[in-house]
Design a protein around this ligand. Structure first.
Ligand SMILES: [Zn+2]
Length: 564
């Protein structure tokens, strides 16, 4: 999930620095591939796997949930008036995002924006509730900064996630409410940062809970803008972890279990991840064993996957090793503000990165099952069982790796930005199959975006996969238009999702904005002024983006989406 050449990354804008970066990046990716074991490089080049962020190989990790409370620089704000302190702290957040955004390859997250900053301001002696107006101005400015600042790698915006919803005192509630309000009112062309609302019983999930009103506010905001998304803390996968320790990246990376200490995301990273092209393996099996039984084909498919996964594991370990041995001076900001689980200046990079995850990802489960069985897995109970068992099989393998290598391996249900098109394009040259007709592969274990299944059914089908994909996953409900005024309907779907095992949930709907008059809705011709100049905002791999900047595969997918 990051910048690629041309429009491989949905968030890109053009600039001179970006142009130079792209040339360097392309060169660097090639140099890294050439330096790898030739069998590994071949797997990537031939489209069996995708090594994400190749240019960052051995130089940095992927993403991070900041441990912001660990060593917050209170001294910076000593002697300042309340107003100066508030502005100063928000400037500091922007500074952190800009610095870290250029020191790592992926997303950044605050696990509890409401609780943590309420505490920070309390420690600074600033009374949040007595400074309404300036807080509101600062939060609005922070949102606009996330939306408008394309200085990462000279061309792209920062992947930022603020998790909120658990803070129940007045200052905490004010911060959550204001973030939602400012985002909701910021206009249709403001679609960043990613906001994640943590849903938890006893705090906000039910009418008797103290933050139920905030949850409703969040749903109203989602009904307008597709944000927030929802981290469902009571689901089977997460219910035994303290919700305050949970966090998520917009790209869906989940970091919870830890072989080396307390579970939860704070101060921890996904270090590296590689995705496997499931349809490719299925297409090979089908070619070699066309008339065999489904059972035989699935057995062969598992063996092929195991072979590729074993090599993938070797690459992850090699990259992890190199990242642990990287130049510590590449990480000035996590060192200065001690944002990570361990103080790297005291214990070194390795002792810190061991808390991070190494993830094996996958895309195209739906197409793979269709190739093997001739059926959509979500349309046939026995194929559904095969699909679920296969995902469990992959998870068992990553669990075995944990024991074997004593590192935090996990299974990632990859979002598939860029690769959903890249894999399909390569496979299309090698195989003839109806699964290629749409021009992309379905991401992770998702039901096809054009399934037209009712939303609750889609959630019931996808829910059971969530507990296996411990490295991250999301389920989406596709709506035909903005459900403005129907937050209750969303509320009901969230309940279905929690009960089905979904741990992270998003609502998508097409959002079209007239470039001439600013009218918004779902249209090809503006109903207000008749213009056909339309800006289209869609969710791509977790983050909202303007469709003009989509990659080819994602463009096909977005056009193909049908409502649930
Ligand atoms: Zn118009």
């Amino acid at each position: 999930m990051k910048k690629q050449n041309k429009n491989d990354n949905a968030a890109n804008r053009k600039s001179y620095v970006g142009h130079v970066f792209n040339i360097g990046e392309k060169h660097e990716k090639e140099a890294v591939l050439n330096s790898l074991n030739s069998e590994w490089a071949k797997l990537h080049r031939e489209g069996y796997i995708h090594i994400h962020d190749l240019d960052a190989y051995g130089l940095t990790y992927n993403c991070l949930t900041f441990d912001i409370l660990n060593a917050f620089p209170y001294k910076k704000f000593e002697g300042l008036e309340a107003e100066e302190t508030i502005v100063g702290v928000f400037d500091f957040i922007k500074e952190l995002l800009a610095k870290i955004g250029n020191e790592q390859s992926g997303g950044m997250s605050f696990a509890n924006f409401d609780k943590d900053f309420a505490l920070i301001f309390k420690n600074l002696g600033v009374k949040v509730l007595e400074n309404h107006a300036i807080f509101k101005a600062c939060i609005r400015s922070l949102i606009l900064w996330c939306n408008n600042t394309h200085t990462r790698m000279g061309q792209t915006s920062y992947y930022v996630t603020f998790c909120i919803g658990l803070g129940t005192n007045n200052a905490e509630r004010f911060l959550s409410y204001t973030l939602l309000e400012c985002f909701s009112c910021a206009g249709d062309l403001v679609y960043k940062p990613n906001i994640v609302f943590k849903v938890h019983k006893g705090v906000n999930r039910f009418p008797e809970d103290p933050n139920f009103d905030l949850f409703q506010e969040a749903l109203l905001c989602t009904a307008r803008k597709m944000i927030p998304t929802y981290l469902l803390c009571d689901c089977d996968a997460d219910k035994n972890t303290d919700p305050e320790k949970l966090s998520i990246m917009g790209c869906r990376t989940r970091v919870v279990d830890n072989l080396f200490g307390e579970s939860g995301a704070i101060g921890r990273s996904n270090v590296d991840n590689i995705s496997i092209n499931l349809p490719r393996l299925a297409l090979e099996v089908d070619k070699e064993m066309h008339n065999f039984s489904l059972e035989d084909k699935v057995a062969a498919f598992k063996l092929k996957w195991l072979h590729v996964a074993s090599l993938t594991k070797d690459i992850l370990l090699d990259r992890y090793e190199k990242t642990c041995e990287a130049d510590i001076d590449l990480f000035p900001t996590i060192r200065e503000y001690k944002l990570t689980r361990e103080d790297v200046d005291k214990v070194g990079l390795r002792e810190n990165f061991k808390h991070g995850t190494l993830s094996i990802g996958f895309i195209g489960l739906s197409e793979a099952m269709e190739v093997l069985s001739g059926e959509k897995y979500w349309n046939n109970d026995s194929v559904y069982e095969v699909a679920l068992n296969f995902v469990k099989y992959m998870r068992d393998y990553t669990d075995d790796l944990k024991t074997q290598y004593h590192l935090n391996f996990s299974l990632l249900a990859t979002s598939g930005e860029y690769i959903s098109g890249r894999f399909e394009e390569i496979d299309n040259k090698l195989f003839k199959s109806p699964i290629m007709e749409k021009g992309y592969y379905t991401n992770s274990f998702h039901v096809d975006v054009d399934s037209r299944l009712p939303a609750f059914r889609k959630l019931e089908l996808e829910g059971p996969f969530h507990i296996y994909a411990n490295g991250g996953c999301i389920s989406y409900v596709e709506l035909s238009e903005a459900p403005i005024g129907n937050a209750e309907g969303l509320d009901e779907l969230i309940e279905v999702a929690v009960k089905s095992g979904v741990h992270y949930l998003g609502f998508n709907f097409p959002k079209d904005i007239c470039k001439e008059c600013g009218a918004s809705g779902t249209f090809d011709v503006c109903p207000a002024c008749g213009s056909t100049e339309i800006t289209r905002i869609r969710r791509v791999s977790g983050y909202l983006e303007i469709q003009d900047y989509f990659t080819k595969g994602k463009m096909h997918e977005s056009k193909n989406r049908k409502t649930n």
